[in-house]
Write a protein that binds this ligand. Structure first.
Ligand SMILES: Cc1cc2nc3c(=O)[nH]c(=O)nc-3n(C[C@H](O)[C@H](O)[C@H](O)COP(=O)(O)OP(=O)(O)OC[C@H]3O[C@@H](n4cnc5c(N)ncnc54)[C@H](O)[C@@H]3O)c2cc1C
Ligand code: FES
Length: 275
């Protein structure tokens, strides 16, 4: 069992939770994730390790209440325990000693981008963070991101906070002014696609973190299949980070919407769980 030690609400939809998970905390690296199961009848869902403390033996997850399981998890409280937390899974992000890097986070993707920004900052890399949100009400991790970056930019689609517009506009302006050797982009698939398109003409190495449907998380089921540079990869074992200039984002979008109708029927899942 994995006890919930701390919990706070980052906005109305996003929860920050620290779990007692000493074996995972001992080994996890930025870019890796866990698969959790709340109880015996629960489904398995992947969540990135947003932070960890090796001494205290804790890992932090930050998740959006997107559907049945994440909503149920958001209702759990300090002192409750979840049944399974398997990890660390996936490959750590290959950071490769850049001098100047830009980390782009979109919405809850900022939670997944945070450990990357922190790792770059701790390595002494000049780190710029661009965080984009639909509006002011859903801004998360502003202070945390500012603390691990040399420059921090925030954009909102409606202009209610920071610069009005998309992260790609800030990114393009930065790339036109200066040289960077790494861009890491994590967020909705269209955002990652357009970040990769923006960086391509500048020839800047661009890492994206993919979020296909995952089931076992060990490379056995094939659920998380993605196409990268014309080759089939399994995001759970070969990723989730990939070269953004090689990913087939359109295929990923098609595959991720495959079960949308079934996922919308959470009530059926609830019925089967309860009885
Ligand atoms: C490697 C990885 C890391 C992730 N890290 C985070 C994170 O740190 N924070 C966060 O909020 N979300 C993260 N996600 C997405 C998270 O796994 C889904 O939001 C969650 O599974 C939704 O489950 P649900 O039952 O609440 O909602 P559902 O209604 O079942 O699904 C809502 C949406 O979530 C996605 N989803 C559903 N089931 C899965 C699954 N088994 N695997 C992957 N995606 C699924 C689909 O796009 C779906 O449309 C990550 C996904 C992956 C693949
Ligand atoms: S989740 Fe099954 S192969 Fe990746």
């Amino acid at each position: 069992m994995y006890k919930i030690l701390e919990k706070r609400q980052l906005n109305s939809q996003v929860t920050w939770m620290t779990l007692d998970a000493p074996f995972i905390a001992r080994k996890v690296q930025p870019g890796q994730f866990v698969i959790i199961r709340i109880d015996e009848k629960g489904e398995r869902i992947p969540l990135t390790v947003a932070d960890f403390n090796r001494e205290k033996g804790t890992v932090t997850i930050i998740f959006q209440a997107a559907g049945f399981t994440t909503k149920k998890l958001a209702q759990m409280n300090v002192g409750d325990s979840i049944l399974d937390c398997v990890g660390p899974l996936g490959m750590p992000t290959e950071i490769d000693n850049p001098k100047k890097a830009i980390v782009v986070g979109g919405g809850v993707g900022c939670a997944i981008a945070y450990p990357q920004a922190k790792a770059l900052h701790n390595m002494g890399v000049e780190t710029t963070v661009i965080a984009g949100f639909r509006n002011k009400d859903i801004v998360i991790l502003e202070e945390e991101m500012r603390n691990v970056s040399d420059n921090y930019f925030i954009t909102t689609d409606d202009g209610s906070y920071g610069q009005k517009g998309f992260v790609t506009e800030v990114l393009k302006a930065l790339l036109e002014k200066d040289n960077y050797d790494l861009v890491i982009a994590i967020g909705p698939i269209p955002m990652m696609k357009f970040v990769a398109k923006t960086t391509e003409p500048f020839g800047v190495r661009t890492i994206v973190s993919l979020n296909p449907i995952m089931i076992d998380g060990t490379g056995m089921c094939g659920g998380c299949r993605v196409s990268v540079g014309g080759e089939i990869k399994f995001a759970c074992v070969d990723g989730p980070d990939f070269d953004g200039h090689k990913v087939d984002f359109d295929e990923l979008m098609r595959r991720n919407s495959f079960y949308r109708e079934e996922e919308a029927h959470a009530c059926r899942l609830e019925e089967s769980i309860n009885g």
